[in-house]
Design a protein. Structure first.
Length: 298
């Protein structure tokens, strides 16, 4: 049986295109791996890469990309709008075909150990690979970010799962995990008041009493001077994109602010977009088999 794993590493570089191309190039060169997509954002100073392949190839590609990032990104000089703690900030493994979540947890452990032993990078396991409930949520793992972890990592409860209890001053710290598909979704507001975006993010994210499968932050986009609600939708079947969009739009209206646009970072399941189309177009009796691409795949 063919085994396919998806990997979506995030790197703390969104401004130097030549560095991003080097990182992506290290993935392309691995046999058995196919690059699907990559994007980067200057304000976030972050890039997101998506690739798939057989389990061994995906682990090798993730390691080579992290090695390149460690050589080319200096976290002591990094700044950006997105929370981060390492040159390679997160590396999640996602089961696609012929593999289970347990298989992806094993891959996370294998890669975490390799990053620690060969690159001297402290590694935390998160999401389904987490070794304790307190490390399941990425925001808890990343609390304090790069600067805060320099001291916090020395505390017994913040000891990494692999590697030294000391931040690699250049490469930082990396989180490696296993999880279901996630949609990175941003909603841009027509205001320069970032506090409004932060208040809205607080309303929708699970850690503040909102949706358990939603994570959100309010940040400022320097290039536009506008605030953004940046969101991770961890299970779009539980909380669809259109529901999040409508809630953010209504919350923004309370402050007299309009939504300018929204955007998806990286790839998204087709069903998430079809769900939104069904809602906004008010389809009657629509069936997913009517989607041309679905019929062709059959």
């Amino acid at each position: 049986m063919t085994k396919i794993v998806q990997c979506v590493p995030n790197f703390s570089e969104g401004r130097r295109v030549e560095v991003i191309e080097e990182i992506v190039g290290s993935i392309k060169n691995v046999k058995g791996v196919t690059l699907l997509d990559y994007s980067y954002d200057e304000s976030h100073n972050r890039s997101v890469v998506t690739f798939i392949g057989d389990p061994d190839g995906v682990v090798e590609a993730a390691f080579k990309a992290a090695k390149t990032a460690a050589e080319r990104i200096d976290m002591a000089e990094h700044s950006g709008g997105h929370p981060r703690m390492g040159a390679t900030d997160v590396i999640p493994f996602i089961p696609v075909k012929g593999v289970t979540m347990e298989d992806c947890i094993e891959l996370a452990n294998r890669l975490g150990e390799k990053l620690a032993e060969e690159l001297n990078i402290p590694v935390y396991l998160y999401e389904e690979a987490a070794t304790s409930p307190s490390r399941k949520n990425l925001s808890d793992v990343r609390r304090g970010q790069y600067e805060g972890l320099i001291e916090a990592i020395k505390e017994p409860e913040r000891k990494p799962d692999f590697g030294p209890a000391e931040v690699n001053r250049r490469a930082g710290v990396t989180a490696v995990g296993a999880r279901p598909p996630l949609i990175a979704y941003n909603i841009n507001l027509d205001t320069g008041n970032v506090d409004i975006a932060k208040n809205i993010a607080r309303e929708i994210r699970g850690s503040s009493g909102g949706f358990p499968s939603v994570k959100g932050l309010g940040i400022m986009i320097e290039e536009t001077g506008k605030a953004q609600v940046t969101i991770n939708v961890c299970d779009f079947k539980k909380v669809p994109l259109h529901r999040i969009f409508e809630i953010v739009k209504r919350e923004a209206a309370r402050y007299g602010v309009a939504v300018i646009s929204s955007e998806i970072v990286g790839l998204t399941p087709l069903d998430a977009l079809v769900d939104a189309a069904e809602f906004y177009l008010q389809f009657d009796g629509f069936d997913r088999s009517q989607v041309l691409e679905n019929r062709l795949l059959e």
